[in-house]
Design a protein around this ligand. Structure first.
Ligand code: 5GP
Ligand code: ZN
Length: 114
């Protein structure tokens, strides 16, 4: 996906503040943070949304949660609590069509979300 902003971040064509990287996953700070800690965790592979996941993506998605746990620990959120959010589709608030997991922490969150 040439036009995809997150694919461009993966390729280094758009700069980002990386907090984690391995062969399959990238974690970087959200440009417009909604909490004191706001990291986006994405697969390097372009997958548009949850709707596009297949069985072969299962390992990547499971791995993303373990990466989220690691990043949360590093940012001191283990005891404080944190939230992981994935918006699916425009009506749910998805603005970037490359699946991503918001890791949010450092403040109190309300439930249910707005
Ligand atoms: P969504 O609304 O799709 O769930 O989340 C997309 C997120 O990506 C937003 O929180 C937005 O601030 C973030 N974002 C969009 N463009 C960029 C960018 O170029 N760099 C970074 N670091 N974050 C971005
Ligand atoms: Zn992409």
């Amino acid at each position: 996906m040439e036009e995809c902003v997150f694919c461009k971040i993966v390729k280094g064509e758009i700069p980002s503040e990386k907090v984690y990287e391995d062969d399959t996953v990238l974690g970087f700070k959200d440009i417009n943070p909604a909490a004191p800690v706001h990291v986006l965790i994405i697969p390097k592979k372009h997958i548009e949304s949850i709707n596009d996941l297949t069985e072969e993506d299962s390992n990547i998605i499971a791995h993303i949660y373990l990466v989220a746990k690691k990043i949360a620990n590093e940012f001191g959120l283990k005891e404080k609590g944190y939230r992981i959010v994935t918006n699916c589709g425009e009506k749910a608030g998805q603005t970037v069509p490359h699946i991503h997991f918001h890791l949010l922490g450092g403040r109190t969150f309300k439930w249910p979300p707005g």
